[in-house]
Write a protein that binds this ligand. Structure first.
Ligand code: NAP
Length: 285
């Protein structure tokens, strides 16, 4: 039976580290870390995420600046706001909540955020830096996954790591981070042929597909570390992962639950990135 990886506890530890450093920055340098969160439209899930980010800012002692724009906001208006925030010294990090309404080109917005304030690490400059291993910010979800794997005491070096999903936000950067820790990495996607066989070879399996209960226990190697990034809302309103927990926990050595696994880590790593941004902008790091 697998040990459950407690994402809430690990994320609380990360946030406590961040809060301590933020308090020190304020006391010693008079700096108050600030995060601007921009949301466009009324997507209920986005609203929840933005509120959680605001609460996390309060918990670690950051200032948060929230910009809730109406659905009809034009791309130009949003670009204007991003440019204002790029120049605002109180704002160390800028997060534009995705997805944006269809009439706005997400790429254009991401590209307009100053790479120094891009705490989501989605800007092409930051993505490129991750590729060469010379980064300031890591994308929050993959960075959170790395922290969870670390919390199990697993040494990634030489391990067979399988990532299912190749999105720019999760799958691809996840694979890079595992590679940087000397894992032997395979990336799977919807066109992968022998998925079950590939998964059965994984010592570390990270699943980021967006399909409820897709990975079942018979696809998991005995003793594997299984990280479930998926967040799927079932018809009954319950949240569930991409991994079928009941069958998977019988095979894995460690496994993340949903909720309470990767989810809380994403916000904790966002706080960490914002702190890093503040320190860099102050010439401290
Ligand atoms: P995405 O952009 O939709 O990417 C999904 C990936 O899964 C794609 O690469 C797709 O392959 C692959 N895929 C789809 N069906 C597959 C199949 N049958 N077999 C193998 N691969 C398949 O999703 P995402 O943004 O990466 O998110 C993935 C999941 O993680 C979602 O449930 C999302 O809600 C969750 N998520 C959670 C957090 C968190 O904080 N916990 C953060 C971000 C995302 P193709 O490229 O071939 O289409």
């Amino acid at each position: 039976m697998a040990q459950i990886i407690d994402g809430k506890a690990v994320s609380a530890a990360v946030k406590a580290e961040v809060a301590e450093e933020a308090a020190k920055l304020k006391e010693e340098k008079g700096l108050k870390v600030g995060l601007a969160v921009v949301i466009v439209g009324n997507n209920p899930a986005s609203r929840v995420y933005v509120n959680n980010k605001k609460k996390a800012c309060e918990a670690v002692g950051f200032q948060s600046f929230e910009y809730a724009l109406e659905e009809a906001t034009t791309q130009e208006q949003l670009l204007d706001l991003v440019n204002v925030l790029n120049r605002d010294d109180r704002v160390n990090g800028i997060l534009v909540q995705l997805p944006l309404p269809k009439h706005i080109d997400e790429k254009a917005i991401i590209n307009a955020i100053s790479p120094d304030k891009d705490v989501d690490a989605f800007h092409p400059i930051n993505v490129g830096k991750i590729m060469i291993g010379d980064y300031s910010f890591l994308p929050c979800t993959p960075a959170g996954v790395m922290r969870l794997i670390e919390s199990t005491g697993t040494d990634i070096t030489g391990k067979q790591c399988v990532v299912i999903g190749r999105s720019n936000i999760v799958g691809k950067p996840q694979a890079m981070l595992l590679l940087q820790k000397n894992g032997t990495v395979t990336i799977c996607h919807s066109k992968t042929k022998n998925l079950k066989e590939v998964c059965l070879g994984a010592d570390i399996l990270v699943v980021a597909i967006g399909r409820a209960n897709f990975v079942t226990g018979d696809m998991i190697k005995e003793g594997a570390v299984v990280i479930d990034v998926g967040m799927n809302r079932l018809d009954n309103g319950k949240l569930c992962g991409d991994v079928e927990f009941e069958s998977a926990e019988k095979k894995a050595s460690f496994i993340t639950p949903v909720p309470g696994g990767v989810g809380p880590m994403t916000i904790a790593m966002l706080m960490k990135n914002t702190l890093t941004a503040a320190k860099q902008q102050a010439g401290i790091e």
